[in-house]
Design a protein around this ligand. Structure first.
Ligand code: HEM
Length: 206
């Protein structure tokens, strides 16, 4: 057991296998393997990748960015050369997979549901009573889409310069580091309202 737990890759494989056993058990629900089953599978994957993405966003904002100024200069490369590039790898790809799995849930619920969500309820005309849930979920989804764009268009390209993955002089590195930090903080700011709409809608609007 200690041998298994000492190996990250094998631990993840066993964790996924245990989850697949549970998913098989869920496939025996009264639904069988219908559209609702796949919606549930997408919801599982979406939540997993969402945790990985936002978990790393919170690591950057709660821990790394705040503590970096306190780290002595000779130790900073441990973070900028080893920890941050690895964290950014999982972070940016988890963002893509979260978006894809989120859209998969929406479309598994039906094309109308997806389009109502993406248009904040305006698709097929706006009826306040029927469409309020779509407005709130749609807001959450658009906040998350903006966050994913920030990751790929602003945070990652600037981090590549700041961390020395692509060339840049000291000035360019400092400027890129600050830009990346501000967009990371923007995502921190958007994340809590995003999560509110993402998680409250299902219970209150079905
Ligand atoms: C562009 C990105 C995203 C899209 C398109 C998207 C879309 C969706 C959709 C359509 C649902 C189902 C809502 C419902 O059935 O009422 C959902 C649920 C959920 N989303 Fe997202 N989402 C995105 C980003 C995120 C992020 C970044 C997180 C962060 C953790 C997240 C966490 C969740 C959770 C936990 C649920 C389950 C809520 C429940 O079952 O009650 N989503 N998402």
């Amino acid at each position: 057991m200690a041998g298994l737990l000492a190996n990250f890759r094998n631990t993840v494989i066993v964790s996924v296998l245990l989850a697949l056993v549970m998913i098989f058990a869920y496939s025996q629900s009264p639904h069988g393997v219908d559209a609702a089953f796949w919606q549930a599978v997408f919801r599982w994957l979406h939540t997993f990748f969402g945790i990985l993405w936002i978990g790393l966003l919170y690591y950057f904002n709660f821990v790394q960015i705040r503590k970096m100024p306190d780290i002595p200069a000779e130790l900073k490369p441990a973070v900028s050369k080893y920890i941050a590039p690895e964290a950014l790898f999982w972070f940016r790809w988890a963002a893509v997979l979260t978006v894809l799995m989120g859209l998969a849930i929406a479309y598994a619920r039906g094309v109308d549901y997806a389009h109502e969500t993406l248009t904040l309820g305006l698709f097929n005309g706006y009826d306040a009573a029927a469409d309020r849930g779509f407005t709130l979920l749609g807001l959450a989804v658009w906040l998350a889409i903006i966050m994913a764009i920030n990751v790929w268009v602003f945070i990652w390209p600037n981090q590549k310069i700041a961390l020395g993955i692509v060339e840049g002089d000291a000035d360019a590195k400092a400027k890129a580091g600050r830009t990346a930090m501000l967009f990371s903080r923007t995502n921190m700011l958007l994340s809590i309202p995003m999560l509110t709409g993402m998680t409250m809608t299902q219970t209150l609007f079905g």
